[in-house]
Structures are given as structure tokens and as C-alpha cells.
Design a protein around this ligand. Structure first.
Ligand code: AMP
Ligand code: ZN
Length: 472
């Protein structure tokens, strides 16, 4: 398998630290609001990466944090007059619901910053003791960037260029900072903010330290993969490397993976432009699987556009997969129990080629766009080469090929059809008519209504609680 490593800017062969295992850390959202569809991109992309590793037989330890202490959370808590934890717990719950809708599996561990403060204090103390960090008069602790000779290695930035760029920016309250590039590890509390005791002052951690600490605690000092959106390369991930490598004296991460951004109608998503969309907004209009499909229809390192047209096209494509699965299941249910024929065996060999094609492109830096094409090739093959005249064994093997590949992409293809509002109203009206016919002992009419609905794929069941209907 080859993975594009942001740090070396090349495709590298994947070699795990421990054979058969993958340790993976994905920077998660700051929980002060419902997640937007941009946040959903790394979630879906790296969930798919995890699924593919598991498909290949790796055991994946997948850690993704929730940043639950931050200026935006505190601001919202003060506006609502509640504790910051009320806001963060609320939006962690909502985020988990969105993840479930998008079929993003829960991480092995979802650590939260506020529950890992002691670990952060310990790492900051180590950095101070080793001379990589310093404390100023008000108790703020800074990381001294110029003490780290490797600073800039991930973002390919040159320290001198960075220094001259920052020199003119004087931030108030930061006059004791030795260099404008130095970043905060710990800062003193302000009125109305949550705080913790520390050797330096009552206060709270800077943002970057949480990921260094959680990654080490749950995955070890050196891990296989660290991932997130490309906006995190600098300064967040650059600072994580500095903290972790200076504190641990070991390499931090073997492969750095970053997804490109999601835009809306070819513009950057922003509240002021009014083109900001939450996952919840999209779910109100589309099946969340359609959003997942759209996200995977581009390579994760290419920018991706969200628009109504693209979503409608994704919906049509996704529904073709669902229909294929539905027909296959119908054929499987109605096929004869007979021996698999020689011809069917040959066809299965042909079908297997699509799986090999799928694996080839996924092995090449998780090219989900081409993997979807391979899945569509398999779908077309199934549509032309399956029917009730086939053996159950043959059809079940096709179903297995199809499900295993769609599972890697996390696409739920065996969706039962849902009736539209109009359709539901029509069915309920018909059921009422049928009940009236039965009351009037007009069983011929009642049966005719049942048959009419059956022809439309609507099955009625008379239960103690009344008539129930399902759409086949
Ligand atoms: P945040 O809550 O801003 O820290 O973001 C959580 C994750 O979402 C990070 O990995 C970001 O890089 C990612 N992210 C934020 N906006 C977008 C976007 N428009 N497209 C893709 N990824 C994004
Ligand atoms: Zn992080």
C-alpha cells in the first residue's frame, strides 16, 4: 500500500510499526456547534481509510479527539449562562449522532481535552525541564520554537521566513514572548473561564498540547498515521511535532495525511457568505449516504465542491447501487436451490476482477474515486448477469463481493425503500377503503385493494394493532 506523506511530499510504501497493526490519530472537531459538512470530510475520509486497513486484515487503533475547551465554547457558554461543559457535552452528543447517520464508526477512543489536563501538565513540565519551554511573569508557558532545529519540517516552512513574516505583529499581553513564533502551552485564566490548577498559574492549556498528549497516551510515543484537514498542517500539526518530539525524544508520526477542503458552489464555506451548511441541514433534504457518496467521489487530496447539482447526481448514482442490491436480493430469495453451474463459476471469476481492481486503486493512496468506478463496474456486471434462473450459491457470492466492497466505502446499499409523503397518504387511503369494504363484508373488493397494492410493491399485514404495511 502506498500513502502520500505530507512531510516528505511523496507516495511512500506503508510499513506499520507493529506488523498487522495500525495506530492512527485524527484531529477531531471543536464542539461548540453542530458540525458542518467540511468537518464531515475528514471524518468520512479517514473512516474509509480505517475500514480499508481492516479489510486488509490490520487491527486498527483509531483515536479521534473532541476539543472541549476553547474560546468559542466559552463564548457560547457565557451567552447561554451555562457551564462550558454543558455546551461541549451537548455538541459531542450531536456530533456522534451525525457520525452515526454518515455511517462513520465510533473511534476506538474519543478522548476529551478537559479529561486529560494532568497529562498536559506533565508534558509541559517535561518541556520546561528540557529547556524547550519557558514561563513568563503572568504564568503563561510558551514553547520556544528556535530550540527545535526541526521546526518547519512538516509544513516546509523556513524559520527565518516565518520570523520576518511575524515580526511586525505585536499581540497585546504577549510582550514577554521571546519570539513571535513561540506558541502557548498554558495560559492564565480570565474572568468567567474554566480553569485548572497548575505549577505555573490557574489556567487552561493551549490547543496544540492536547493532541500530543492524547496521541501518546492512547497510541504510544511514535504512531503510524496522524491525520486531519489541510488547514491543520500549520501551525497545529507542526506544533504537535515540536512538542511531542522534544518531550519524548522520539519520532512522533510516520505518515502525515491531510484531506483537501470542501467548498460550496466553488466558494469557501463561510457564515458571512450565507453558504454555510451543517450535516443536519443536508440530512433534512438528502439521505446522509448521499453526502458520504459525494465525499468519496473525489480523491481525498483534491478539493471537492458541494452543490445541489452534484448532490442530485450523487443521489442518482447512489440509488443505482441500492437498486442493484435490491434486485440481487429479490433474485436470491426467488432463485432455485440448485448446484452452481460451470458457467456461473466462470462468471464469478470475472466478477472477482472488479474486486482486484478496487483493491489496486485503494492500495494507491486510497483512491476512493476510482474505487467507486470499480464498484459501478461490478454493479453493471451483476445487473446483466443475475436473475432468478441462477443458483442461490452464485447469487450469494455476487452479493458477498458487492457488500464487502461497499462496506469498505461505508456505503449502506441494502436500504429498504421509503415511501414519499404522497405515496404514504395514498396507501393509507387505500387501507381505509379496504377496511370499510371488509366491514361491509365485500371481501372481493378488499382483496382487490390488497392485490393492487401488492402489484406496487406494498405488502399489507393484519396485526392486532391494525393493518401494517411495508414497501418491498
Ligand atoms: P475544527 O473544528 O475547525 O478544528 O475542524 C475539525 C476538522 O475538520 C479538522 O480536521 C479540519 O481540518 C476539518 N475541516 C474544517 N473545515 C473543513 C472544510 N471546509 N473542508 C474539509 N475539512 C475541513
Ligand atoms: Zn490535533
Amino acid at each position: 500500500m502506498r500513502i502520500y506523506n505530507t512531510e516528505t511530499k511523496t507516495l511512500e510504501e506503508f510499513k506499520p510499526i507493529t506488523p498487522g497493526k495500525v495506530s492512527m490519530y485524527v484531529c477531531g472537531p471543536t464542539v461548540y456547534n453542530l458540525i458542518h459538512i467540511g468537518n464531515a470530510r475528514p471524518m468520512i475520509v479517514f473512516d474509509t481509510v480505517r475500514r480499508y486497513f481492516e479489510y486488509k486484515g490490520y487491527e486498527v487503533n483509531y483515536v479521534s479527539n473532541f476539543t472541549d475547551v476553547d474560546d468559542k465554547i466559552i463564548k457560547k457558554a457565557n451567552e447561554e449562562g451555562v457551564d462550558a461543559s454543558v455546551i461541549s457535552e451537548r455538541y459531542i452528543k450531536e456530533c456522534k449522532k451525525d457520525m452515526a447517520d454518515l455511517n462513520v464508526r465510533p473511534a476506538t477512543t474519543h478522548p476529551q481535552a478537559t479529561k486529560e489536563i494532568q497529562g498536559m501538565i506533565d508534558m509541559i513540565s517535561t518541556l520546561i525541564n528540557k529547556g524547550y519551554a519557558y514561563v513568563v511573569d503572568d504564568g503563561t508557558v510558551y514553547f520556544a520554537v528556535d530550540k527545535d532545529p526541526n521546526y518547519g519540517e512538516l509544513s516546509h516552512k523556513n524559520l527565518d521566513d516565518l520570523q520576518s513574516g511575524f515580526r511586525s505583529i505585536a499581540v497585546s499581553g504577549e510582550d514577554q514572548k521571546r519570539s513571535p513564533l513561540d506558541f502557548v502551552l498554558w495560559k492564565p485564566k480570565k474572568e468567567g473561564e474554566p480553569y485548572w490548577d497548575s505549577p505555573w498559574c490557574q489556567g487552561r492549556p493551549g490547543w496544540h498540547i492536547e493532541c500530543s498528549v492524547m496521541s501518546r497516551k492512547y497510541l504510544g510515543e511514535t504512531i503510524d498515521i496522524h491525520a486531519g484537514g489541510e488547514d491543520l498542517i500549520f501551525p497545529h500539526h507542526e506544533n504537535e511535532i515540536a512538542q511531542s518530539e522534544c518531550a519524548n525524544g522520539k519520532p512522533f508520526v510516520h505518515y502525515w495525511m491531510h484531506n483537501a477542503f470542501l467548498n460550496i458552489d466553488n466558494h469557501k464555506m463561510s457564515k458571512s457568505l450565507g453558504n454555510f451548511k451543517t450535516v443536519r441541514d443536508v440530512d433534512a433534504v438528502y439521505d446522509p449516504q448521499v453526502l458520504r457518496f459525494l465525499m468519496l467521489s473525489a480523491h481525498y487530496r483534491s478539493p471537492l465542491n458541494y452543490s445541489v447539482d452534484l448532490m442530485d447526481a450523487a443521489k442518482t448514482s447512489y440509488e443505482r447501487l441500492v437498486n442493484c442490491c435490491r434486485n440481487l436480493d429479490y433474485n436470491l430469495e426467488n432463485a432455485a436451490d440448485k448446484e452452481i453451474s460451470e458457467e456461473e463459476k466462470k462468471l464469478l471469476e470475472q466478477a472477482h476482477q472488479y474486486r482486484l481492481q478496487f483493491e489496486k486503486v485503494m492500495d494507491d493512496d486510497f483512491n476512493t474515486a476510482d474505487a467507486i468506478s470499480a464498484l459501478f463496474d461490478l454493479m453493471r456486471f451483476i445487473n446483466t448477469n443475475s436473475g432468478t434462473e441462477n443458483s442461490k450459491t452464485y447469487l450469494a457470492s455476487l452479493r458477498k463481493e458487492f457488500t464487502e466492497l461497499s462496506d469498505v466505502l461505508g456505503l449502506i446499499v441494502d436500504r429498504k425503500p421509503e415511501a414519499s409523503d404522497d405515496e404514504t397518504a395514498y396507501i393509507e387511503e387505500k387501507i381505509k377503503e379496504r377496511q370499510e369494504a371488509r366491514k361491509a363484508r365485500d371481501f372481493k373488493k378488499a382483496d382487490a385493494i390488497r392485490d393492487e397494492l401488492k402489484a406496487k410493491g406494498i405488502l399489507l399485514e393484519d396485526t392486532k394493532e391494525g393493518v401494517k404495511w411495508t414497501k418491498a
